[in-house]
Design a protein around this ligand. Sequence first.
Ligand code: NAP
Length: 288
Amino acid sequence: MILVTGATGPLGKAVVEFLLKKTPAVNIAALVRDPAKAEDLKAQGVDIRQGDYNDYASLVKAFTSIDKLYLVSGNDLPNRAAQQASVVRAAKQAGVKHILYTSFQRKNETASSPISFVSLSHLSTEKAIKESGLTYTILKHTLYADIIPLFIGDKVLETGVIFQPAGEGQVTYATRSDMAEAAANILTGEGHENKVYEIAGNQAVSYAEIAKIISEITGKSINYVSPTPEVFKEELTKAGVPDMYIGLFSGFSEGVRQGEFDVTNPTLGTLLGRQPTSVKEYLQTIYS
Ligand code: NAP
């Protein structure tokens, strides 16, 4: 029996949907905080189990009779390391055999990383998993291609400008859907025990290249401007963007500038048995 956490979020839900194409629903369970949000999965025969990363007893109960657990990293960044350590302990106590974890690509593993606010909790979770003695598969996810529209903003076609302090940094984006399909293939396949996989696309692109692609798709002239981090923060503050988001966008852009997500690796294509969706193909679904 396979259990997918975060199954009412886009990634976990997509994993369950790919699993449903590969194995009978009777083999699939989903951990959700709010079962009302999982009625569609329940209707397809998925075993819906209520639980919260903050509630240890709920996790042990939900993980009963589960062989493989797909742990979707949480989004409560300050509490994530402790929450996920609790998930790993509960998995061990409940007798889970194999845990897959959606970790993150990075080069700098120290607190000086511009994305330490996300990377340190991923690192501590990887450590907890390895120390637990559970069989594991660590999926080092690159940035989702799906976040490009979020980062460049919904007014990009009006302003004609992508404004991010990322310099010439490149990212090997992959779509969330491809990552989910690859995960379903691992969960229903064999030979993935105690492996660490780089889950990335096969072409690194910069914001300048993204601007060119969107220009080609839309016929509108889009230019990339890379301000200094200070000017970026000033402009976002003037536009009324909350400090928390300014910190997040600044950190990720600096990570991009430093090449944290510039890792080209064939693993995703191998897991999919085809080429991963390219950034251009993904952006066509959004802007054409
Ligand atoms: P998402 O929309 O933030 O979904 C997160 C999922 O985790 C939701 O289903 C949420 O449950 C669940 N969750 C959060 N806190 C929980 C808790 N305390 N107990 C149980 N479940 C909890 O994100 P997503 O797009 O599906 O992506 C999954 C994860 O990937 C994110 O959480 C984040 O860590 C990471 N991420 C990666 C990238 C990237 O570019 N690589 C981008 C964004 C996010 P509810 O449905 O109840 O809210």
